[in-house]
Ligand binder design. Structure first.
Ligand code: IVH
Length: 681
């Protein structure tokens, strides 16, 4: 093929593929099948590889992604990305209209639109080519997520027709329901936490570092507003219709309204119909149509005066409470769960709802047999928000909260000030053992992805694991041939697990590789209460070895930044159990990383050799964290409160007067930031 022929074919294929993308993703009217489409794309990829000089940044091949972004670049918005004033009340829509009619005396129109519940995005186009995609951020500047956005098939990389040379179009990136359900199903199978709602899934996906991963997810995008010097029309509605011709996905569900009656009609219609949409909306946006009227009305500090959003209340359904079961979590925490008569709510059948804890049950005064109101909030599991007292019968029994663990029979405890009951049988209560192993192997902990919930259940049932250290004793012969049928639960189908050669090899490989996981993640993986990822990192960086953490007293622990009384006490409690010390020893013998690697330890000098510092106040040249780190890097120690043993008080601005007085009383030298800089210089 000659160069000319290649260029011609590349151009032809690019335009064909984008046409089919448009037909499929925007018009929902594909005219070729998946196979034919893939063939065209494959040919284009091949030709671009052979003739890289003809590959453009708006080629449809860009949509498969591949670039990896470490940190998203911050971009300042040309037009600040404001929010909208919102209301849940129809009266406020009427008030909004009255306010506007006081300023605009001539007849005018509103545009009513759906309020898409996703992530706002600003797309800049230059000469018809997508230049930049930026998230809202703080409204002034946002993240440059162009590489990820290019993978969204309904966003045109190159425009058609008569578009302005430069403009920005804004819209909402969202995760359609069907894709969302599939994604969560997959995540649960992989032992990853499910996204609470499609909005979180969209936002999480958009911030992924590898655009090839984003390309695998079915993000979509409706555009709803244009900004630019040379927009073709003087009304919002006409501009949106023009944008549709250039190739953008613009909602069909837009209505021009002249009165509040018409607006309210639109609001009611969509309150009824929104459950039939394949994506989430959380309200209706009402905008003044004419640009000149918008200019006249202007903006408040946060939002335009020419637009408002009406938000729908969370959907509710009424159904019967049949019984309450109690679930035991990884930490032994008990969650009461309502078993309901199945009811349709926001497009899914709800059979269970969380009742959170004993107080909530008491405050709702819910009784077995009651008709209850269920609501879908931001969480996956719906919640019970009230009881229909008109349907209450005298026979309905009050709920007697359980006193013993439903799994192991141990009497439950409830610590003062805590809402939840706990099963204290940490080491012998089956869900707590399995839960700890599940946490241990999870991605952010030891990342043993060849194991999952079902496999752990099987290993536990066969008596092969009683704690996480048993994982490192597993042999091929222990695993090969094991089988279990996992029942259908929580939307997952019945599955048969059987450990064949490959599975066993993968499990053993995953376990063995986890021995290289860094100390801070091992510390997180052990599952000490309140020691999450960040706390584990702080502890690991500060103490550097597991031994030092075990030996640390309360004072030493709370001297570490962000380690408060609760975490410190939890660590002390954990290590006061011989069984936990035994576990650490076993993990050590199995070869896990229980110290920071030499390369992670930065030792700048020994100038502060064992001197103890109390750092207080705000500093000019360093953050408090940085100062504390410097103290350690020069061999000193941080302590939280002033005592006779304190060597120095390092005082910044706004240091508390009582601390100052105490230091003076005990005669402890009070030094400034610059004194400190001299000490370590
Ligand atoms: S217009 C000045 N139209 O709602 C703001 N926004 O609460 C102009 N949103 O940040 C925005 N659907 O993310 C507009 N049809 C729609 C919308 C919409 C959803 C979001 C958008 C905005 C937020 C404001």
């Amino acid at each position: 093929m000659t160069k000319e022929e290649a260029l011609y074919r590349i151009k032809f294929l690019s335009s064909e593929i984008e046409k089919h993308n448009h037909n499929y993703y925007i018009l929902s009217q594909p005219i070729i099948g998946d196979y034919e489409f893939d063939m065209l794309l494959e040919e284009l990829i091949r030709l671009e590889n052979e003739f890289p000089e003809f590959a453009t940044k708006h080629s449809p091949t860009q949509r498969v992604g591949g670039s990896v972004t470490k940190e998203f670049q911050q971009v300042k918005h040309i037009y600040p990305m404001l929010s909208l004033g919102n209301t849940y009340s129809e009266q406020e829509i009427i008030d909004f209209d009255n306010r506007i009619r006081k300023i605009i005396e001539h007849p005018f129109e509103y545009v009513c639109e759906l309020k898409f519940d996703g992530v706002a995005i600003g797309l800049s186009y230059k000469n018809g080519i997508l230049e930049k995609a930026v998230t809202r951020g703080d409204g002034i500047q946002g993240d440059n997520v162009t590489a990820n956005v290019k993978t969204i098939r309904s966003i045109p990389l190159k425009l058609e027709g008569d578009y302005p040379a430069e403009f920005e179009i804004r819209g909402e990136i969202f995760y359609p329901h069907q894709g969302f359900l599939k994604l969560n199903e997959k995540r649960l199978l992989n032992n990853e936490p499910a996204f609470a709602n499609p909005r979180n899934a969209a936002s999480g996906t958009l911030k992924m570092q590898n655009s090839a991963e984003v390309a695998k997810r079915p993000l979509d995008c409706y555009l709803y507003i244009l900004h630019g010097e040379n927009l073709p029309f003087k009304t919002h509605y006409e501009n949106l219709q023009a944008a549709k011709k250039w190739g953008f996905k613009i909602s069909e569900n837009i209505k021009l309204c002249k009165s509040t009656d018409e607006i309210l009609e639109f609001i009611h219609e969509w309150d009824k119909n929104r459950t039939h949409l394949s994506f989430d909306i959380d309200g209706i946006v009402i905008k003044i149509n004419a640009a000149t009227d918008q200019e006249l009305l202007g903006f408040t500090a946060k939002s335009p005066r020419w637009a408002i959003s009406y938000k729908y209340k969370a959907e509710q359904a009424a159904t019967k409470l049949n019984s309450i079961s109690y679930q035991v979590g990884r930490t032994g925490s008990i969650t009461p769960v309502a078993n309901l008569e199945p009811v349709l709510l926001a497009g899914t059948t709800v059979k269970r709802a969380s009742l959170h804890n004993a107080d909530i049950i008491q405050n709702l005064d819910v009784r077995l047999g009651d008709t209850v109101f269920v609501e879908k909030g931001g969480e996956i599991i719906p919640k019970i928000v009230g009881v229909d007292l008109c349907k209450r019968s005298a026979e309905y029994l009050t709920v007697k909260y359980i006193e013993q663990c439903p799994e192991c029979g141990t009497p439950l405890i409830r610590k003062e000030g805590e809402a939840n009951h706990y099963c204290p049988n940490e080491y012998d209560c089956p869900p707590q053992i399995k839960g700890r192993v599940e946490h241990f192997i999870s991605r952010k902990a030891m990342n043993i992805d060849s194991l999952g919930e079902g496999k752990i259940e099987l290993l536990f049932d066969k008596g092969l694991i009683k704690d996480v250290s048993d994982l490192y004793k597993l042999q091929y012969s222990d695993l090969f041939g094991l089988e279990k049928t996992l029942p259908a639960l929580d939307g997952k189908k019945e599955r048969k697990l059987s450990f064949k050669e490959k599975t066993v090899e993968n499990i053993l490989k995953g376990i063995s590789e986890s021995k290289n996981v860094s100390f801070e993640r091992v510390l997180f993986a052990i599952g000490i209460r309140y020691v999450g990822e960040t706390v584990a990192k702080k502890l690991a960086t500060h103490f550097k070895t597991m031994e030092k953490i075990i030996m640390a007293d309360f004072e030493e622990l709370i001297s570490v930044d962000e380690i408060g009384d609760k975490i410190a006490q939890s660590l002390i409690d954990f290590f006061s159990f011989d069984r936990n010390i035994e576990l650490i020893k076993k993990l050590h013998l199995s070869g896990l990383q229980l110290n920071l690697q030499e390369s992670d330890i930065i030792n700048l000098s020994n100038k502060l050799d064992e001197k103890s510092f109390v750092v207080s106040g705000v500093f000019q040249n360093h953050s408090r964290d940085e100062i504390k780190q410097l103290i350690e890097q020069h061999g000193g120690k941080n302590v939280s409160s002033i005592s006779k043993k304190t060597d120095y008080v390092l005082a910044g601005e706004n240091m508390g007067p009582s601390k100052l007085a105490k230091a003076e009383k005990l005669g402890i030298p009070i030094i400034s930031e610059s004194d400190f800089e001299d000490m370590i210089a």
